[in-house]
Design a protein around this ligand. Structure first.
Ligand code: PHE
Length: 452
């Protein structure tokens, strides 16, 4: 591999462009919608603690590894793995890692887009004043009526998919980079405002207590797997999207520093979302474990009662939709890059085809909230099952493979050269990626199947 090899899709224009785009891919519904509701379902503090440990010990080392593989391979995940396994003298089957990632990305996007559709619909509900002076039951009813209507969900899902594809069709520099530049600061400002609101509620300390007090008796093996899956999901790891973003990364950027920064921002946003949501939950006697509707049943109460709530409500959901968009484009990019590079398709056509498949798959999620709501496998609705299999199984398996490849297969001199880390930083990363991250993922799997 030569140092001058570049991706045919272009490169990030600067270090900040990469960090913005990678943060855009990390920060999304996973932080604001998913983190609070799964924390609520899994009992709070102890779950959060395991999540944080997973981010630090598994997430960050794997993020560094995945970015590194992408930058060295400089192509779509399938090809990158092929090129790198030749270079490392490893088995050609490593390319299936790329396949696993593409499938996981499309499956995740199929439901991600439906939920992002909910957020889009809530922009208009906020705009039309639906939350104003509404009581808790009215807000809950509003949400139930909404998800009970397949036609409405289809409409918003379609709109969101169309927006995603439009951005992706325009390519790296134009589409991906610009859409995140204003997003993060705006998101932080609104979260700060909501935080101030949450601090004035009577349930604030109860919320904080729920989020940070450690009661390990509430923690099941399955909850540990969910926490680990969430670390992968929230950082966007294990499915090749960090790998393709890495492929567009110029040589002179420190991968380790960028990864730590991105993980820190991502974690901060998730924790902020929790600190905002749970006080509202406890102030109004709601159930923290009410599931995927949690933010749609809590935040409108805040917007309906706080000063300026109308404006903040509209802005909040607009920003949430944009945050979801910048993640959605990352979910589909590995497949699009593969179709363009390996199948010789135009970017437009690649977007259209992969988008169509994803859009259709989205119907499974849509119906699982209404017409198929009673259809359950292992006690999970089809949406829950899809989410479980992708986030808790496919992403960690992908991550495990990345760790094994980067730690054991790739030549040490190559990873040293890519990362450019002084010792002992390089040695710490090596230790984490070779031993800690793979062992942790493996143990969590064993625990869930009941071996431990
Ligand atoms: N990290 C995104 C979020 O938290 C979702 C995502 C998962 C994006 C996997 C890319 C890859 O919303």
């Amino acid at each position: 591999m030569t140092d001058t090899k570049k991706s045919i899709h272009g490169e990030w224009s600067s270090r900040s462009a990469f960090i913005l785009a990678a943060t855009g891919s990390a920060v999304g519904l996973g932080n604001i919608w998913k983190f609070p509701y799964i924390t609520g379902e899994n009992g709070g503090g102890a779950f959060v603690m395991v999540y944080l440990l997973c981010v630090a010990l598994i997430g960050i080392p794997i993020m560094i590894a995945e970015t590194m593989l992408g930058r060295r391979g400089r192509e779509n995940p399938v090809h990158t793995m092929q090129v790198l396994s030749v270079e490392a003298g490893a088995d050609n089957n490593w390319r299936y890692l790329g396949w696993l990632g593409m499938v996981a990305g499309l499956l995740i996007l199929s439901y991600y887009s439906v939920i992002a559709g909910w957020a889009s619909a809530y922009v208009f509900k906020a705009f039309s004043g639906s939350f104003f002076a509404a009581d808790v039951t009215a807000i809950e009813q509003l949400f139930r009526d909404f998800i009970g209507s397949p036609m409405q969900l289809i409409f918003w899902h379609t709109l969101f998919m169309a927006a995603t594809l439009l951005i992706v069709a325009r390519g790296v520099g134009n589409g991906l980079e610009k859409s995140v530049r204003f997003l993060m600061p705006a998101l932080f400002v609104l979260l700060a405002l909501l935080l101030i609101y949450a601090m004035t509620t009577s349930g604030y300390f109860q919320g904080i207590h729920f989020l940070f007090s450690l009661d390990f008796s509430k923690l099941s093996g399955n909850a540990i797997l969910i926490a680990m899956g969430q670390a992968f999901f929230s950082l966007g790891l294990g499915m090749g999207c960090v790998m393709v973003y890495g492929a567009y990364l110029p040589k002179d950027i420190s991968i380790a520093k960028a990864s730590i920064l991105i993980a820190a921002v991502d974690t901060l946003v998730a924790l902020l979302a929790g600190i905002i949501i749970f006080p509202i939950v406890f102030t109004h006697g709601l159930n923290p474990g009410s599931g995927p509707g949690l933010i749609f049943e809590t935040l409108p109460i805040a917007f309906g009662t706080m000063t300026g709530g109308w404006l903040f409500g509209v802005l909040f959901f607009v920003i949430l939709v944009f945050a979801a968009l910048s993640s959605a484009i990352a979910l589909i990019e590995p497949t699009v890059a593969w179709l363009v590079e390996s199948r010789g398709m135009s970017r437009e056509r690649a977007c259209l085809q992969s988008g169509l498949v994803t859009w259709l798959l989205g119907f499974v999620t849509i119906f699982s909230f209404n017409v198929w709501a009673d259809f359950k496998i292992f006690g999970l609705t089809l949406f829950d099952l899809l989410d479980y299999v992708t986030a808790n199984l496919m992403l960690p398996i992908g991550g495990l493979a990345i760790a094994v490849f980067a730690g054991w297969k790739m030549k040490r001199q190559h990873s040293e050269q890519e990362l450019g880390l002084p010792n002992p930083h390089y040695q710490i990363w090596q230790f984490l990626i070779k031993y800690i991250a793979p062992a942790a993922v493996f143990l969590v799997f064993l625990d869930v199947v009941g071996v431990l």
